[in-house]
Design a protein. Structure first.
Length: 57
């Protein structure tokens, strides 16, 4: 499951380490039964912070 999450993050131009760190910091503080809230944490969500993204300078 972790491998799948990492590869999906890579496929969505996210930094896997930063993305997983963000999830582990944020998810304990949200209602994980609310799909509307969880959608913003998916790897393809446009609401993810820039820190999770692979930004090419």
């Amino acid at each position: 499951m972790i491998y799948s999450l990492i590869e999906t993050a890579k496929g969505n131009d996210l930094n896997p380490f930063s993305y997983l760190e963000y999830l582990l910091e944020q998810l304990p503080n949200v209602d994980i039964k609310d799909w509307g809230i969880l959608k913003k944490y998916l790897p393809w969500s446009k609401e993810l912070p820039l820190i999770c993204r692979n930004l090419q300078v």
